[in-house]
Design a protein around this ligand. Sequence first.
Ligand code: HEC
Length: 223
Amino acid sequence: MTKSSRILLLLGSVSVFAAGCHTDMWVQPKYHHPYSETTLFTDGNSSRPTPDGTVAYGKPKTDEALYTGRTGGKLVTEIPAEIEIDGEKVNTRKDLRKILNWGQERFNAICSHCHGELGDGKGMIAQRGLALKRPPGNYHTDRLRKMPIGHFFDVMTNGYGIMYAQAPRTTVGDRWAIAAYIRALQMSQYMDQSKLTAEEKNEWDVAEKTQREANRELNKPQL
Ligand code: HEC
């Protein structure tokens, strides 16, 4: 064994030894939860009372629908009337265009590499990148088309299956705007033809025929 490998072996065993035993604050009596019972203080409480004039950090999250996408445990079917995006309060009923633009920008930036810009689950990562255990969800299934909008907020907030939560990289407002945009994506890829008037149905047929002809032209072999 060379001198340097002996030194390496020695260093290695010292670090394993050092990491293996905790003689520090790791092993010490402590209160793991605030407001635990104790005999240490005369009031029997492990937490000290807050001094007068203490200012709360953040704000209480009392609006259940806004922060969880549920009311009384049930998924909400509409986005909240007001959300904050880019530091500004926006009325979602009056300014839907603004919400959708914001949702589109955020979706393309942080979801599309997996889910694809159409939300069909065919993003670059799914096609060529990481070998994912399960493919990213395709939003254009009957199940997800019928899902209350609160589900999308919930999936982003808490994660879903193998998908990690998106809350650390989004604000509450971002997540509602993205949920609204997912609905727009779903509508862009699916139309219930029975809801069309005769005139709209006619327009639809003409558009479809034009599209078919254009595709045929595009797919002609180039000689
Ligand atoms: C790193 C890749 C990745 C990113 C980024 C990602 N997702 Fe996903 N997503 C997945 C995968 C994988 C699944 C399927 C999870 C499973 O079935 O276990 C999924 C599933 C979903 C579903 C389907 C849930 C259901 O009920 O089937 C929704 C909705 C969704 N993601 C929304 C989003 C949104 C919105 C974003 C961005 C804010 C996002 N995801 C970002 C990989 C990703």
